[in-house]
Design a protein around this ligand. Sequence first.
Ligand code: ZN
Length: 265
Amino acid sequence: MTARLRHYVCGSTAHDVGAMFRGASRGVREFPSGVFLYDARDGRRVLFDTGYATGIWNTGWRGAVYRRLLPPTVSDADDVAVRLASDGVDPASVTHVVLSHLHPDHVGGVRRFPDAEFVLSAGQERTLAAPRLREGVLTGLLPEWFATAEKTVLDDPQLREVLVGGVTLHAHDLLGDGSYLVVDLPGHADGHLGALVEHSVLLAGDAAWGSDLIDASSRLRALPRAIQHDADRYSATATMLGHLAAAGIRVVCSHDPLGGKDLLG
Ligand SMILES: [Zn+2]
């Protein structure tokens, strides 16, 4: 079986780029919410993030505040299970779900994968244990069974140093063959994760707003900077992404508008 990495869009939001970055020209840009499905050669399937939740969010006043600040555009067709099924992928065949972080546009489809093994970080577990509005986490989007779902929780001891393009990454070899490295990309949210697939594509989650906005990350205006978990580490991670891109790694951010859906080869 040939390895594949496919991209699907599960909802979107829109922002004025000029209001986000100093020196950027004004103009509303659409930010799709990407999810990424890796087919390993041995049949295992790893999903990176799950997009927005379709339907009604039972998330109370926190959800109302979130939706006012970052209004989502989500149709029934944006449901991750619908996206996969319409591409011939049975959602039940997904063996692993990696969560970059717990913001609503990344966890809305968790409920579609009751049998998968979830991969998250100790920082994400901390956030779940004591969610605060500032962290932007709406626990109502997570199904009740998530508390007892099969999970691999990555903490520093499980991460080993891997040198990629002159950059040291802290990585967990998810499938044991080096094909899918879950990597620490700190700053945006506590325990924010990315994934280096086939040593060629880095799924960067929200480590930057877009692969064309990595350099602009150091020019975030006060408000978008204030909602980063750790703004200094966010900037340092963006610098690292720039080095990886310069070394030939394809850096793909969750909200990149990607034309083709196959990302390998
Ligand atoms: Zn986020």
